[in-house]
Ligand binder design. Sequence first.
Ligand SMILES: NC(=O)C1=CN([C@@H]2O[C@H](COP(=O)(O)OP(=O)(O)OC[C@H]3O[C@@H](n4cnc5c(N)ncnc54)[C@H](O)[C@@H]3O)[C@@H](O)[C@H]2O)C=CC1
Ligand SMILES: N[C@@H](CC=O)C(=O)O
Ligand code: NA
Length: 435
Amino acid sequence: MTYEKSVLNIAIAGLGVVGSEVARQLIRRNDALSAAGGSRLQLVAVSARSKDSDRGFSMDGIQWVDDARDLAKIDDVDLVIELIGGSEGVALDLTRAALAAGKHVVTANKAMIAHHGGALAKLAEENEVALTFEAAVAGGIPAVKTLREGLVANEFSRVAGILNGTCNYILSRMEKTGEHFDDVLVDAQKLGYAEAEPSFDVDGIDAAHKLTILAAIAFGHTPHFEAVKISGIRDVSAVDFAYARQLGFRIKLVGVAEPGRVPRMETCLLPLSSQLAKVDGVLNAVAYDGMPIGSVLSVGPGAGAGATGSAVLADVIDVAAGRACLPFGRPMAALSDGSKAKNGNGPDTAFYIRLTVIDQPGVLADVTRILQEHDISVESLVQQGRAPDDVVALAMTTHECPASALEAALSALSALSCVKASPVSMPIVPSEQEG
Ligand SMILES: NC(=O)C1=CN([C@@H]2O[C@H](COP(=O)(O)OP(=O)(O)OC[C@H]3O[C@@H](n4cnc5c(N)ncnc54)[C@H](O)[C@@H]3O)[C@@H](O)[C@H]2O)C=CC1
Ligand SMILES: N[C@@H](CC=O)C(=O)O
Ligand code: NA
């Protein structure tokens, strides 16, 4: 796709954390950014909920539009940057209208792409315009480009990632300082990492949106969010971090996509030796395992104004330079329908289990008997301290077993009189492919 005019007229919808940063950069660093794309990048129109906020840039010469959907009707606009958010509503209406009107669209909206990416990519293809969303996955990390362009020659056996900055920030701080989940979440919100709806972050939904997009590109199908198995970070407690460390692991919210297997976004244990286990704070990381390359790891800031703005502007420059790729790397006719994929549960998995039990003789025998009855073999087991006749935590890791066997064992364990709270379990994600 080539862009032949020497000026690219841009409209921004949404002037929050990301939109304001993109506008500021476009204005303050206009010469450098325009030179990178080979066309003058001209911000000509904007829309947001409130006109009067001070966003750190001058509105002189920029048209204000009350209804963001009207940006698609401005003839002069060549490219719309959608930074409102939300899978439906104004963001989707605007994106559809802009593509249909022959305007390029750059968006950071993973929810919209995860739910409607296939239909939107079709619309972009029909109208011969670009639809790009680098900022939607892992913020500032060029995760989409890496998968879709740099590693395009590979056959992927796994794409795994830490894809939510808010969760990684919360888990890292809880592990380091023992602070409570809710207090750390408030800080992530102040820092501009969190979604408007915080449950999207902490319940794994935002990260699952991103995993949906990565899986679609890696395995050549349209995005299908409904296929992803999702659990968040709410159930992790301080004691799990300590036990995990003692057993040789760290706890992270990790997304895993593998061919023919249900994509999973789950709070997991990662071996201390794994590259992903070392990624802390708001950093995100994606580990791509492919043939013939082996394993590649990308690490970088996954959220925040600067990181996300950087990715949005990279897409804008690609459009200006006429090198924007097809949204999912292939023409629509070459993508299979993600909703028709027949994914299985894949191979057996090792698990971490934590039980809250009465500290008295015979408890361990009862627990191991139930595991044995379900053909689950224990790899390691730890219990710290003593609390005769009071409750203690008993943590263990298992060898690989079917998820169904684990579920049945957990339900039998819950029924034991010595088990005093619902068992906590997390899968163990193996390290990246070696070599
Ligand atoms: N904040 C971050 O670190 C990252 C955000 N994203 C995505 O970027 C997008 C924007 O996120 P943020 O800037 O953080 O959100 P935000 O909540 O700070 O900003 C949203 C903006 O949209 C405007 N808006 C809301 N409804 C509107 C409507 N009906 N018409 C016009 N404007 C409307 C608001 O006034 C506000 O200016 C979202 O899709 C988000 O998921 C992606 C990666 C990282
Ligand atoms: N809320 C998201 C923002 C970026 O996508 C996160 O915390 O990663
Ligand atoms: Na990115």
